[in-house]
Write a protein that binds this ligand. Structure first.
Ligand SMILES: [Zn+2]
Length: 67
């Protein structure tokens, strides 16, 4: 009997998390879809946890895009 081990290699970082401001949500979603080839999870950051800047500009990040 032959056992086959199938390794599924995930594309890119499997813990993708992109911080983005309102202006760059579309860009972040596009990048995430390219990276993970799945629909990403789009979240609004709680007001008291807004301490990151956007990945694409200097604005405060209001959202995260994750896989
Ligand atoms: Zn931005």
């Amino acid at each position: 009997m032959v056992f086959l081990l199938i390794l599924i290699k995930k594309k890119g970082d499997c813990n993708l998390k992109i911080y983005c401001c309102l202006e760059h949500t579309e860009l972040a979603l596009d990048v995430a879809v390219d990276e993970i080839e799945l629909a990403p999870v789009f979240k609004e950051i709680d007001e008291n946890e807004r301490n990151h800047t956007c990945e694409y500009c200097e604005n405060l990040a209001l959202y995260t895009v994750e896989n």
